[in-house]
Design a protein around this ligand. Structure first.
Ligand code: COA
Length: 289
């Protein structure tokens, strides 16, 4: 029997707090877009809540790594055509700008997050979702994930940074094809083209992300923060400016206990012979002993 046709979509009546879920397990904050019925598309309420959650988690001692994922069968189907776009267009430019600021605000916050971040792409990932995808330091997806710049299919350009993300992560021809054709990339295709680090069978996605998070947890957190910011910053610098920035960034890192940390790590390698930096991290539990 065929399904009865659905009526027009309605705004999500749930309170803002329900649009994002999170769970902190053993140093990892698993944060999810929580509108599975709407394929986790980003409404203004969700964008406001996500910024709040990110801010709440950023300096907590029990959070060392943040993973961003989606409830249900989507990572995120991009911006909410009903509540983000159409509702704002009916109210006027001031509302459009407010919605943009709220969305772009949390993506920017995530790009420069204090803690390492991993995008775990478990399904649909469209348009505006490229903002948080790029904002996360690392990205892993399931083989059945689908990545798309669907904007051209409904007659807009890939805004909100999406064109920039495609141009950053893909080569020129692939970015053009992706943006102009409105065809999706599968998980393995996205990995082959550099949009994500790896694509895995769905049942291996979370264990792999957990394993990566466990490695990150063992690194010195200040060095990790300086490293991830350095890689983002130097992308847009000349070689000479990058060299200089990295000198200054290391000197700033020294102010976060960097000298003592490095001294201990060097001692464990050169004197104690308890580890090799080429094969893994030093034992940071011995710091201050
Ligand atoms: N904006 C608003 N609503 C969206 C949405 C979006 N970006 N993506 C999904 N939804 C809504 C659907 O309208 C539907 O709502 P309803 O229950 O009120 O009818 C619900 O989420 C489920 O979506 P549906 O299309 O039935 O799910 P599906 O699994 O068959 O298809 C997609 C999933 C992602 C392929 C499809 O929803 C889609 O194409 N979404 C738009 C993607 C897009 O172009 N995003 C723009 C990014 S800027």
């Amino acid at each position: 029997m065929s399904q009865p046709a659905k009526g027009p979509s309605q705004p999500d009546p749930r309170p803002q707090e329900d649009t994002v879920a999170y769970d902190i397990v053993d140093g990892v904050a698993w944060v999810s877009f929580n509108r599975p019925d709407k394929r986790n598309c980003m409404s203004p309420k969700l964008n406001r809540q996500m910024l709040k959650v990110l801010e709440d988690l950023e300096f907590r001692d029990d959070v060392q790594v943040l993973v961003l994922t989606g409830e249900g069968e989507a990572f995120s189907a991009g911006m909410d055509l009903l509540e983000y776009f159409r509702a704002a267009e009916q109210e006027g430019l001031h509302k459009t700008r407010q919605h943009q600021r709220e969305a772009y605000g949390w993506w920017e916050r995530l790009r420069w997050y204090e803690k390492p971040t991993i995008a775990m792409i478990n399904g649909w990932c469209f348009g505006g979702a490229y903002g948080p995808l790029f904002a996360c330091d690392l990205a892993f997806c399931s083989d059945d994930a689908q990545f798309g710049l669907s904007e051209i299919n409904w007659a807009i350009l890939p805004g909100g940074g999406a064109s920039k993300v495609a141009a950053e992560l893909l080569n020129f021809r692939d970015a053009m094809y992706h943006a102009m054709m409105g065809e999706n990339l599968s998980g393995p295709e996205a990995a082959a083209k550099g949009m994500v680090n790896e694509s895995l069978p769905a049942d291996q996605l979370r264990p792999r992300v957990q394993a990566v998070a466990d490695v990150l947890k063992r690194k010195d957190s200040h060095a990790l923060r300086a490293t991830k910011w350095a890689v983002r910053r130097v992308r847009e610098m000349t070689y000479d400016n990058a060299e200089d920035y990295l000198i200054r960034a290391q000197e700033a890192l020294n102010d976060f206990g960097g000298w003592e940390t490095r001294k201990e790590a060097t001692k464990q390698f050169l004197d104690d012979k308890t580890y090799k930096p080429g094969l893994g991290a030093f034992d940071k539990s011995k710091l201050g002993n």
